[in-house]
Design a binder for this molecule. Structure first.
Ligand code: CA
Length: 366
């Protein structure tokens, strides 16, 4: 571009964006009253009873409405109302709803690479996962994956490190896991299978009855706040930790790319900032609610137990070999796994110093 053309263009642009400053108009882009009224639908994979997770979807739609002066309205549908919770990606892909709120690892059957969008056993903590997605190149890699489904993704909340779950009997060593019937989905379940566990995959509502009548011996779910609501403590008193398969799982808001492209820039920005707020709010809520729920559970006779070093070390080894095996079978997975491993190594080196030394020192619970 010739210099005078450049000046002419930038001057025109500057004029267009600054001419209304001082007249209570935005510094750039058209005024809000000129924007269209748009109504979208968002299918959530979660029920309203999971108020921390489902609630972050509520924060998203409320904030988008406020940011657009009520012109961009999104109706939130709980799992099962429009589609089953595990079909959210397909539904957003097809465009029958414009948005979804889900967990990427529900779709590892389509591509195991989706597990990086949520959680990898012995992987990243919540803070590391956020850092990987927003600053470590992770979100770009995930968006490449979602682009195959005509979808744009945004981080959509995090539960923090989950619990290992509820066991009817004490588990002392890897030997005690052999033949144990446990509800545990995803790659964590595949690793447990290698440790001899008889892995069961049950939907949320079916878990308690199975545990109560002894059809399963153990189950994992989320953490104290959500687990308490499903009543597992009434059927199993041994509450194990840590949930090494989900050290910091993040959820995702999905947007149909074609629908996204039709949005005014202001509405796109509203989705972006509202998703970031909803994401942060979920983790803050879990961190505030879990301590109180844990205290209530302990009062009811629940016994906290840590997985033995034997179980942790063996599970970690099996996880590593499982992840390496997947990398030899899937080129996309291998690309993301290689980048993720590199990130994890440097991130762990940092988090393994001051952060770890601080939290490993006995926390002052007085
Ligand atoms: Ca879980």
């Amino acid at each position: 571009m010739k210099r005078r053309d450049f000046i002419k263009k930038t001057t025109t642009g500057a004029l267009a964006s600054s001419v209304f400053i001082g007249c209570n108009q935005p510094a750039s882009g058209p005024a809000i009253h000129t924007h269209p009224t748009i109504r979208w639908r968002l299918a959530s994979s979660f029920p309203p009873s999971l108020d921390t997770i489902f609630g972050s979807g509520e924060i998203l739609v409320k904030r988008i409405k406020e940011l657009t002066d009520g012109r961009f309205q999104i109706r939130l549908y709980p799992t099962g109302e429009l589609v089953h919770g595990l079909q959210v990606l397909d539904t957003v892909h097809q465009g029958s709803v414009q948005m979804g709120h889900t967990a990427g690892y529900y779709y590892i059957g389509k591509n195991p690479t989706f597990s990086f969008d949520t959680a990898i056993p012995f992987g990243l903590t919540a803070r590391q996962q956020m850092s990987w997605l927003y600053e470590g190149g992770g979100l770009g890699l995930m968006r490449e994956l979602y682009a195959d489904f005509n979808v744009l993704s945004f981080p959509g909340g995090n539960t923090g490190a989950q619990m290992g779950g509820w066991f009817r009997q004490e588990i002392h060593s890897v030997n005690d896991l052999k033949g144990l019937r446990m509800r545990i989905p995803g790659i964590g379940g595949q690793v447990m299978d290698r440790l001899g566990v008889n892995v069961q995959v049950l939907a949320g509502g079916d878990i308690y009855p199975a545990l109560e009548r002894g059809a399963i011996d153990a189950t994992e779910w989320v953490g104290p706040y959500d687990d308490e609501k499903l009543g597992f403590y009434q059927a199993a008193k041994n509450y194990y930790y840590p949930g090494w398969w989900e050290p910091g799982p993040s959820l995702s808001f999905l947007v149909n790319k074609k629908a996204w492209d039709t949005l005014p820039a202001l509405y796109q920005k509203a989705i972006e900032v509202a998703a970031a707020e909803a994401s942060q709010a979920m983790l803050a809520k879990y961190d505030a609610q879990n301590p109180a729920a844990l205290a209530r559970l302990l009062k009811r006779g629940v016994v906290l137990r840590r997985f033995s070093d034997d179980i942790m070390a063996t599970a970690q080894q099996e996880t590593k070999s499982k992840l390496e095996e997947l990398a030899t079978r899937n080129a996309t997975y291998n690309k993301v796994y290689t980048a993720w491993k590199k990130f994890k190594k440097t991130s762990n080196t940092w988090f393994g110093t001051s952060e770890q030394a601080y939290t490993a020192f006995r926390m002052d619970c007085s």
